[in-house]
Design a protein around this ligand. Structure first.
Ligand SMILES: C[S@@+](CC[C@H](N)C(=O)[O-])C[C@H]1O[C@@H](n2cnc3c(N)ncnc32)[C@H](O)[C@@H]1O
Length: 161
């Protein structure tokens, strides 16, 4: 994988270390009266840029069924492999929903992280949104987003990791 850090000059003996390349981009958390907190860039961002890599906290199917689904976690978790559920730590839990999203995400099962990547060029102050799918549990209050020229499915198919 391109993002793996094979440089051992830094007392780093972990050849599987995940490089957090996204931290070069200036992002802000801003509060919206209806959508709550959301993620905004302070600068323009080119298409296909990694804007966030979120480590995930995994819940087993039993743990989620007995506890997680009855808590606020249910609004934040992603379906993971083998029936597990994943809470994205960091900004991964802060992306709001848009039906025409400007950010796609890739579940990296090998490294237990979710990678968020821009699907088109983005202007400063344009909210970064992902698509939660069709079963929304709230009334969609997304700003009009410019149509992406790719949908999430095509995007995932074309993204090289
Ligand atoms: C994963 S959280 C996103 C972060 C959240 N805004 C916060 O402040 O914690 C999902 C929640 O954000 C809100 N939300 C996300 N996208 C929205 C949208 N398009 N319209 C209205 N509310 C939205 C809903 O309350 C939803 O349960």
């Amino acid at each position: 994988m391109g993002e793996k850090n094979n440089n051992n000059n830094n007392n780093n003996n972990d050849s599987n270390a995940v490089v957090m390349e996204q931290h070069k981009i200036e992002l802000e958390l801003r509060n919206h009266p209806i959508r709550g907190r959301g993620v905004f860039p302070k600068e323009s961002i080119k298409r296909n840029t990694v804007v966030e890599i979120s480590p995930v906290l995994l819940f087993s199917p039993d743990e989620y069924k007995a506890h997680g689904q009855y808590t606020v976690l249910d609004h934040y978790t992603y379906i993971w492999k083998e029936g597990q559920f994943a809470l994205a730590l960091g900004l991964g839990s802060m992306f709001n929903h848009a039906s025409s999203p400007n950010v796609g995400y890739y579940r990296d099962f090998e490294n237990n992280v979710i990678r968020y990547v821009t699907m088109r060029d983005i202007e400063p102050d344009e909210e970064l949104c992902i698509n939660y799918g069709s079963n929304l549990w709230f009334e969609d209050n997304a700003e009009e987003q410019a149509e992406s020229d790719l949908d999430q499915q095509e995007f995932l198919g074309s993204f090289e990791i």
